[in-house]
Design a protein around this ligand. Structure first.
Ligand code: MG
Length: 328
């Protein structure tokens, strides 16, 4: 992890500091803009820590369903090191941009995504992401590269959603802004509106969880309030009506669990899993991976969300099993 992620370092640029001159502290005191920004970054970084751990955990269950189910039944942790994948690579780029700009600067994000892709292309990027990021890395403008797939329609895959929770965490005090910035972060690679809608939904969930509420039944209400129309929203509406007591395999069958690597068959299931286990990171991840499908990504999204819930701790033995990432 880059140097920008460590809290307490006074290197935040003036544009960031100007975002809020001062905010009221719950105790009535006023904290400086710099402190406020560090708090925003710290939340985003916490989300990234949960994301990277979920990503690496989920990716280690990438075997045949029968073998994975037996592993899950025994709750047998996979051997290390757990390698992180594209989900983490892209989320790290997002946080670097937030740290430097205090907002999603799309040109800066495209540059960082392209640079990371070029440095390590074998991090499990999907076929569409390979195409788009290779074009961006070669110097093509992101707005053209993002439209170069699916006959110009752009991707409605889950790549925007997998990196959206840190954006929601950063802008947790302003959910409408969180939604806008998450859409901008997705748009760099996902030109299709539904690829952006998934990112909006995840960012809204992150903002809501970071604000400390403990009533999981409200999660979908808050998310649906600002998620634009489209396939992802339609399945989110179904997820909202699905009891949190439903067996996870049934939820995966009804909502999808990323087998088609679309926003619409990934995000609703991930949000449902997060709502189901809001206070317990390990239970959330064991449950999510049991849905099979796009395991690294569903676990990355759920991990990025549940890590934001008050009092939730990431398991130290899991962190020790994950490949070392500076600052996480
Ligand atoms: Mg991945």
């Amino acid at each position: 992890m880059g140097k920008h992620l460590r809290p307490g370092q006074a290197h935040v640029q003036p544009t960031v500091i100007r975002r809020r001159a001062a905010i009221a502290h719950p105790a009535g005191a006023v904290v400086s803009g710099i402190q406020a920004c560090h708090a925003d970054l710290e939340r985003a970084r916490r989300s990234l820590a949960g994301l990277s751990l979920g990503d690496a955990f989920g990716d280690r269950f990438d075997g045949p369903p029968g073998q994975v189910r037996a592993q899950l039944q025994r709750r047998e942790l996979p051997g290390g090191p757990w390698r992180v994948t594209d989900d983490t690579m892209m989320a790290m780029a997002v946080i670097e941009v937030l740290s430097e700009h205090g907002r999603i600067d799309q040109d800066a994000l495209a540059h960082r995504l392209g640079t990371r892709y070029l440095r390590e292309p074998a991090r499990g990027y999907g076929a569409g992401a390979h195409q788009i990021l290779a074009r961006i890395a070669a110097g093509e403008h992101w707005s053209r590269a993002a439209r170069a797939v699916f006959e110009g329609a752009g991707s409605m895959g889950n790549g925007g959603a997998m990196r959206a929770a840190p954006v929601g965490a950063y802008f947790a005090d302003d959910p409408a802004r969180a939604a806008r910035e998450a859409a901008r972060a997705a748009e760099v690679t996902h030109a299709h509106p539904d690829g952006q809608a998934g990112a909006v939904a995840v960012a809204l969930a992150a903002a809501w969880i970071a604000n400390g509420t403990r009533r999981p039944e409200l999660l979908f209400e808050r998310v649906l309030a600002m998620t634009p129309a489209g396939d992802t929203r339609t399945v989110l509406q179904r997820a909202a009506l699905l009891s949190l007591a439903t067996p996870v395999t049934e939820a995966a069958a009804r909502l999808g669990s990323g087998r088609r690597v679309l926003s619409s068959d990934t995000v609703p299931f991930a949000l449902w899993c997060a709502a189901r286990h809001l206070g317990d990171y390990q239970a959330a991840l064991w449950s999510t991976v049991a849905g099979l499908g796009d395991r690294d990504t569903t676990c990355a999204i759920v991990g990025s969300l549940v890590a934001l819930a008050p009092g939730v701790l990431l398991p130290a033995d899991w962190i020790a099993a994950r490949e070392p990432i500076d600052g996480l």
